[in-house]
Write a protein that binds this ligand. Structure first.
Ligand SMILES: C[S@@+](CC[C@H](N)C(=O)[O-])C[C@H]1O[C@@H](n2cnc3c(N)ncnc32)[C@H](O)[C@@H]1O
Length: 491
């Protein structure tokens, strides 16, 4: 059979394209392997400093809504598309440490790791580092298809979160998630709105049209067709489209239809007869933008990394939230690697609205937050050897004991340990940092297992003498952390 170009799709709305079937099949078939092989990138969204920034913001939100929390029921924090669970683990460590040291100590909070792929949910249930959280009722998990499902059946507790069933506020966390669920593409040309329809072609022969590996070869064409309003038949969505149409000019943008539909279904989990205090918080980070001018420069090109991703239009999500009487929180500046955003519903406009959430977002995320840190980290990658040991330790502390950064600093730390007596304050600082890094490292059995570097470092210390064998955690704000050896998950 000769190679020929095969048309797999002609003039389809982007959100209805078969691209999304391949996407689903990819995640369903790969399970944990998508992360273990390093195919799906996740470091930027799943590190300790990102988790700690989110933990601070969630605590701010809980302070805003504390008066209406029924202490007899848990507050649920639901992570969408939790993937391998690494962010979730980091969040659990940071959040419960902070909660225990806050006026809200004792509040029952259950974090829910959710994902489309049952294999991922099984991975959470079998992971030894998550077990203590499951056993304490602080963690649960669910298979949840964000494009369809309206309720979550929690695997551990057997509880089902159903529409109108939640009396307590609800928190949704979604990292690297909205970029991988269906969106539509539009363009503005000379003040007119067009829909961008996609056509897909591959070079044949192909054995299976449903094979997600076709994502690696597919050619995508766009064709424009005038779009009339109302387009969706949903008043809110059409109002947002009209915002773009009215702005006019020229541009291309994505409309996050699956994200908005999912958020509406999640919001419907809340009891509608609640008061006016903030009851719904969404925290989300992705490649994308929140400013209208940036959003209008977003095309619909795919980035393929096993699965594929688009850019997220946080401006449209913000418009939707504001249309429902909510508040959206963004940075004043353009973010360099990730767009981090918070959305609160309901929140009357005014200085007093969601004041604790806003303060926490400003302190932990907007200024000197994960995006800033990640940019600085990029400058330091390959230059860790130039740091003094004090600078290396400062960096490790600032990044909330991130394993990747610690591993970058190992040559500097090793050298310092060789030069200083085991009983010296500097050696004690290094060993204390090492103990915290190890306690926070979440092992997933990845090919370039960071845990192996940590284990090697430990082993070399053991060989150097028993003085190094029992590192202690000293004087740290997370001082109650138990030091667990990070078990290596075998693939
Ligand atoms: C790119 S990964 C992000 C994982 C993780 N949040 C992170 O930051 O690394 C996208 C995740 O969303 C899940 N996913 C894809 N489509 C989904 C859907 N319709 N509903 C729920 N989860 C979905 C995938 O299984 C995958 O775990």
């Amino acid at each position: 059979m000769s190679d020929e170009t095969i048309a797999l799709e002609e003039g389809q709305r982007l959100s209805r394209s078969r691209l999304w079937d391949w996407q689903r099949r990819y995640f369903m078939s790969q399970g944990a392997a998508a992360w273990q092989s390093g195919t799906v990138p996740h470091y930027v969204t799943s590190n300790t400093f990102m988790a700690d920034a989110y933990a601070q913001t969630v605590l701010g939100f809980l302070r805003d809504s504390a008066a209406q929390i029924d202490r007899g029921q848990p507050v649920y924090l639901i992570e969408l598309g939790a993937g391998i669970g690494r962010f979730g683990f980091h969040f659990l460590v940071c959040f419960f440490e902070r909660l225990a040291q806050s006026p809200l100590a004792g509040l029952a909070v259950t974090y829910v790791l959710s994902d489309l792929a049952p294999a991922n949910v099984d991975f959470y249930l079998s992971h030894p580092q998550l077990r203590p959280y499951f056993d304490a009722g602080r963690l649960d998990c669910a298979v949840f298809d964000a494009t369809r499902d309206s309720e979550l059946a929690l695997r551990k507790s057997g509880v089902t979160l159903s529409p109108a069933g939640l009396r307590n506020p609800l928190v949704i966390l979604a990292n690297y998630f909205f970029d991988g669920v269906p969106a539509d593409a539009f363009s503005l040309v000379e003040d007119r709105l067009y829909e961008e329809l996609v056509s897909l072609r591959v070079l044949g022969p192909i054995a299976d049209r449903d094979d997600p590996a076709l994502l690696q070869h597919v050619e995508l064409d766009h064709a424009s067709r005038p779009a009339a309003l109302p387009y969706y038949g949903d008043a809110q969505w059409d109002r947002i489209l009209d915002v773009y149409a009215q702005r006019g000019g020229k541009g291309r943008f994505l409309f996050p239809c699956a994200a908005l539909a999912c958020l509406a279904r999640l919001r419907a989990l809340l009891d509608p007869n609640r008061g006016t205090a903030p009851s719904f918080l969404l925290l989300s980070a992705d490649k994308g933008a929140h400013a209208l001018s940036d959003v209008l420069g977003q095309g619909a090109s795919l980035t393929v990394h096993g699965s594929f991703s688009l850019l997220v239009n946080y401006h449209a999500i913000a418009e939707w939230v504001r249309g429902l009487g909510g508040l959206s929180l963004h940075t004043d500046h353009r973010q360099g690697s990730l767009s981090l955003n918070a959305f609160v519903l309901p929140a009357q406009l005014g200085d007093g609205a969601a004041v604790e959430t806003r303060r926490a977002f400003a302190d932990a995320i907007a200024c000197g937050g994960p995006d800033d840190l990640f940019l600085v980290k990029k400058a330091l990658d390959y230059r860790y050897e130039t740091l003094t040991v004090e600078q290396a330790l400062a960096l490790i502390r600032i990044t909330a004991y991130d394993a990747k950064i610690f591993c970058g600093c190992i040559p500097v730390l090793r050298e310092a340990l060789l030069r200083n007596a085991a009983s010296s304050p500097l050696s004690a600082d290094i060993l204390s940092a090492l103990a915290l890094v190890r306690a926070r490292f979440f092992s997933i059995g990845e090919a370039d297992e960071l845990g192996a570097d940590l284990a090697d470092f430990f082993a070399s210390l053991d060989q150097a003498g028993s003085a190094y064998a029992q590192p202690a955690v000293r004087g740290h704000r997370f001082a109650t952390l138990r030091i667990l050896p990070a078990p290596l998950i075998q693939r």
